[in-house]
Design a protein around this ligand. Sequence first.
Ligand SMILES: Cc1cc2nc3c(=O)[nH]c(=O)nc-3n(C[C@H](O)[C@H](O)[C@H](O)COP(=O)(O)OP(=O)(O)OC[C@H]3O[C@@H](n4cnc5c(N)ncnc54)[C@H](O)[C@@H]3O)c2cc1C
Length: 460
Amino acid sequence: MMSSPNECVPSPKPVARSSAHSSAQLPSSAEVVVVGAGPTGSAAAIHAARAGLDVVLLDSQVFPRDKTCGDGLTPRAIAELRRLGLADAILGRTRNRGLKLHGFGGSITALWPSGPFPSEGSAMPRTELDAFLLDAAREAGAKVFDGVPVVGVERGSISKAGAGAGVPGVTGVTVKPGDETSTHHIRTRWLLVADGVRSVVGKQLGRTWHRDSVFGVAARSYVDVRADASAGADDEWIHSHLELRGADGQTHPGYGWIFPLGDGRANLGCGALATASRPARANVKKLLRDYHGQVRGAWSMGEPEMVTSALLPMGGAVSNVAGSNWALLGDAACLVNPLNGEGIDYGMESARLAVELISAIGAGRDGLTHAWPALLQRHYGEGFSLARKLALTLTYPKFLPAVGPMTIGAPWGEPLMGVAARLMGNLVAEEDRDAVARLWKAAGRASLGFDGIAGRKPWA
Ligand SMILES: Cc1cc2nc3c(=O)[nH]c(=O)nc-3n(C[C@H](O)[C@H](O)[C@H](O)COP(=O)(O)OP(=O)(O)OC[C@H]3O[C@@H](n4cnc5c(N)ncnc54)[C@H](O)[C@@H]3O)c2cc1C
């Protein structure tokens, strides 16, 4: 497991803020402007501030704010939080050792694999996690402004920013704080866009999300879990149900999750995969209530509260993710694993990689335009290309009901699902040399090669 530098940050607790910032408080320029203060944007601001850059972090909402999510932090996320020096504070609240997969007549426990990633995970409501990361960004030296939406990007020659003559790029952003009627401009040398799934700022820069590739639609809720319930007391595992039955008794293509939060509650949710031509048939909020009915007894659960749903952009299915001095990160760059719906980890990883890249290359004539998608492809291209093909099979309504009984409940279920948990979590590292890792990487290479000939590579 990785060492934990700077693990002296206070425990996460939301800081109550009453109002948005005003124009008078905003600077007129910064070396780096980060749009969006989810885990991606806050991680980018922390890395940039620690690299000695003058950073402004902007979010349209006033924190603490909710974000529809399963709140799960798998080993990849813990690894990234460790790099930021923030993991222990989060693991101190709750930590889990792996995944219990249920359905099709069985239950299987898969420990988080040991290896390059930590073998522990956690879960924390996003209201708290995101406020915690935002505070860490401020402590790292970023100038943080919440309640300040970015409403426009200004383009022009960035030669004056030291990038060579006549290079087109982004010269600044326009913001419109709180209820103010007037706008305010912030000039910048670098723009990092982490404004989430719909990425309005990304769209202004030319982002195109390809929904012919697989994406997710999911709902989450919070439920009280009685501490003396046999399953509910068991916070050491996160749970995933692969067999979801609607009120009609039919199996629905989708999956459910229960992520204990360590405070007597769990995040209970469910999701389904879809493409533009095969939209999810299930209403996920309704499916969530059916799922709750299925599991509430074993967990002595209360009623689902704060039920919300949202889309998950997956597998790098997006074009135009960078220009000479700007880049899209996290959900804005569709950095969600199609096989398990995690995006917090990839968002934070992309934040680190982007800051390393801008520190290394300078804006130059081409700058980030090709370097950024190429870097994303190097790190995630093979895994995401393969994952989105496998995930696509789950959009066929008859696939899971047909194949499911041959998995968890079967005699070979235990070893099979152990491997599946590792692959679904994309917990195969570059240095892994075992047979499963070699097979997975070879399949990933073939899949990416196929995309290059007959499809669209991630981020292309
Ligand atoms: C139901 C559901 C369950 C999920 N479960 C998990 C899970 O268990 N684990 C996991 O790892 N991932 C999960 N995900 C995915 C995860 O939520 C996202 O991948 C993650 O939030 C991405 O972080 P981000 O910082 O890129 O974007 P976000 O968290 O969406 O943050 C974007 C920020 O940008 C701000 N913003 C938007 N527009 C502007 C603007 N114009 N100006 C300024 N600010 C702006 C928003 O206010 C927001 O704060 C789930 C997603 C869903 C929908």
